[in-house]
Design a binder for this molecule. Structure first.
Ligand code: HGY
Ligand code: MN
Ligand code: MN
Length: 423
């Protein structure tokens, strides 16, 4: 990439920060942090704001069958597009930057390409992928899964507050009946790039500003339903109890022990519901969601298997029925070496301390990597905090990340040959 293009490709800091501030503040009322969950009204209002922002940036917008909001910038050659983007839904009590930096940064890239007079060979598609976060339908990365062909039509009937997933996809303009087949095939996309906050402590602790991401952990996530028997907490002898919460406690401590013993895995039970949840009633029913993550597919599989065996034994010992619902499995995604090297080189040109780092967080890029060469760029999270209102990244680092994304887009556009392979 010529020096003058590098100099000309300068994101507009004020425009970027204003956009982040405007979208981050479209939140669900009476919820902590910056909460905009799929399929809340705030999420829909955020999408409408985003569509206008895309159009004001000169991009033509459309919604695909899965409800992904896509905005296109024409290229000079008849080639498959380069896809850049992320997500705009959040967790409950989330932060301002998870996801939206990658979407608004991608729009900023399109705009500063125009302002620098850069014409890419490949069309550029900016994407807001539908529902990346693990949501109450029990499915994460809804839109990017559908693109990659990993969406199961039977999920469409899942219901949340009376709204099926199919209805929720329709409400954003998607056509769920088309989701039986992949929305994109191998070769339909030339390459994918996603800018994201690290959501962890590495860059911050090491004083690094940029990272090229060489891999994303696989995630095994399941909802376990434990069906015991509610009984009087005072009169029921211990040996006669069928205590669902005592069983859950064994499962949770087993998960923690398994992952403390396995340095390449992490495990979490982040959600637990107890019924009837009364201080003087033995818990009859517990629903919990357990997840295990690892960059190593074999470790992921056998750690989950060990957890399931321990859960089965604990349930049997207590006369509690154990059912596994809503299991979603995402395999580890390792980025193609040529693309990681290219993105790392671009990052080093902007900051010579740039590193290569795997991601402990899940991302839409895990799904996109099944479609095309895919890489991510990380900027630091202050204190490593994320998925909480304390999530923060300095304005300078936000803008540096967008500059890295812009330069990476130009570099990938030039590096890909007509068959979409990196040179
Ligand atoms: O759960 C994750 O890792 C991502 O932030 N959705
Ligand atoms: Mn995210
Ligand atoms: Mn997230």
């Amino acid at each position: 990439m010529s020096a003058e293009i590098m100099r000309a490709l300068q994101p507009d800091q004020q425009r970027l920060l204003q956009a982040i501030n405007d979208l981050a503040n479209i939140v669900e009322p009476d919820t902590p942090g910056w909460t905009r969950r799929f399929p809340s009204g705030a999420y829909l209002r955020g999408r409408e704001w985003l569509r206008t922002r895309m159009q004001n940036a000169g991009l033509s917008t459309r919604i695909d069958a899965a409800g992904n909001l896509l905005a296109e910038r024409a290229g000079s050659a008849d080639l498959p597009p380069i896809l850049i983007g992320s997500h705009t839904d959040t967790v409950l009590g989330g932060g301002r930057y998870d996801g939206i930096l990658g979407v608004l940064g991608a729009i900023e890239v399109a705009q500063c390409l125009d302002e620098a007079g850069v014409t890419l060979r490949h069309p550029l598609i900016v994407a807001d992928f539908l529902a990346e976060e693990a949501n109450d339908y029990g499915i994460s990365c809804v839109g990017s899964r559908a693109l990659a062909g990993n969406f199961k039509p039977e999920w469409l009937d899942r219901t949340l507050n009376g709204l099926t997933l199919a209805d929720a996809i329709r409400a954003v303009g998607g056509t769920p009946e088309a989701l039986g087949t992949p929305l994109a095939s191998k070769g339909a996309v030339a390459a994918c790039l996603e800018l994201h906050i690290e959501q962890g402590p590495v860059l911050d602790q090491r004083g690094k500003l940029l990272a090229a991401v060489n891999g994303i952990v696989g995630i095994q996530r399941g909802t376990l339903v434990l069906q015991g028997q509610p009984d009087h907490a005072g009169t029921t002898p211990m040996e006669l109890r069928r205590d669902a919460l005592a069983t859950a406690a064994v499962i949770i401590s087993t998960l923690e022990a398994l992952c403390r013993d396995e340095p390449q895995a992490v495990g979490t039970v982040g959600r637990l519901e107890v019924s009837p949840n009364q201080s003087n009633v033995i818990p009859g029913t517990v629903t919990l969601t357990a997840e295990i993550r690892s960059l190593d597919a074999e470790i992921l599989e056998h750690t989950w298997q060990a957890l399931w065996e321990a859960a089965t034994a604990a349930a049997q010992q207590r006369g509690v029925a154990l059912e596994l619902l809503a299991l979603t499995s995402t395999p580890p995604a390792l980025a193609e070496r040529w693309l990681v090297d290219l993105v790392h080189q671009v990052c080093r040109r902007l900051d010579d301390g740039a590193i290569v780092l795997p991601s402990g967080a899940g991302h839409d890029s895990s799904q996109l990597a099944q479609l095309a060469p895919t890489a991510m760029i990380f900027v630091p999270s202050i204190g490593g905090r994320s998925h909480c209102p304390e999530e923060a990244t300095t304005p300078e680092h936000l803008v540096l990340g967008v500059a890295a994304l812009a330069h990476a887009v130009v570099a990938v556009d030039q590096a890909l040959d007509a068959e979409g392979h990196g040179q």
